[in-house]
Design a protein around this ligand. Structure first.
Ligand SMILES: Cc1cc2nc3c(=O)[nH]c(=O)nc-3n(C[C@H](O)[C@H](O)[C@H](O)COP(=O)(O)O)c2cc1C
Length: 181
């Protein structure tokens, strides 16, 4: 798939078919996502893939801050990917001090780049995805084991799209976004 097409035509998908997204396909997506850039190539992003329906249901019922819209998306998904980072590495010096005044900001940055790369890679393989930001990290930890040295940054619901994606929600023009100095 042409990169322009992939970037422009990827859409957030919230309705998924029953078709299974195999571990093989998910691994192929992560195989591409691992090429995302990261702070000093520290590669701190991790993917916890939840396929078990009961755990997805528990997270949908208890961990999305009563945002029913996300609960429905999670229930419909074939897999829920919890994206985390290994803490205190990206943006840090070896002695544990922050490298920049942005402090721990860079680990979130790395996770965001990796998450978008994951979603683009998924799209290129016909797998729909949507990033979910409304969740309660501590509650998720009741249902899945995420190591203490990891921080949960986002979730991605994935599955084969049930229907063709709608056209892109309106985007601002380049002129609105750019300033040349
Ligand atoms: C940081 C972040 C958090 C998001 N959280 C949610 C969410 O909780 N629920 C949801 O349905 N979509 C969520 N989205 C998806 C956005 O709504 C979507 O990307 C946006 O409307 C543009 O649509 P598009 O992805 O189809 O281009 C999130 C996207 C980002 C980048």
């Amino acid at each position: 798939m042409n990169i322009d097409t992939c970037i422009k035509e990827r859409r957030s998908i919230r309705k998924f078919s029953e078709e299974d997204v195999s571990a093989e396909v998910i691994n192929e997506i992560i195989d591409l996502a691992r090429y995302a850039p990261s702070w000093k190539n520290t590669q701190v992003v991790r993917y916890h893939v939840i396929k078990t329906p009961k755990i997805k249901e528990d997270i949908a019922s208890n961990c999305v801050m009563d945002f029913d819209f996300n609960a429905k998306t999670i229930i419909r998904s074939n897999a829920l990917v919890v994206v985390s980072v290994v803490k205190n590495i990206s943006g840090y010096e070896k002695d544990g001090s922050y490298s920049t005044s942005q402090e721990d900001h860079w680990e979130t940055f790395d996770a965001a780049i990796a998450t978008q790369t994951f979603c683009l890679a998924a799209y290129s393989k016909g797998v729909g995805s949507v990033i979910l930001g409304i969740f309660d990290e501590e509650k998720i930890r009741h249902y899945i084991e995420v190591p203490d040295n990891e921080r949960i940054i986002a979730m991605i619901a994935i599955g084969y799209p049930l229907e063709d994606a709608k056209s892109a929600p309106a985007r601002k023009s380049v002129d609105e976004l750019v300033t040349y100095i």
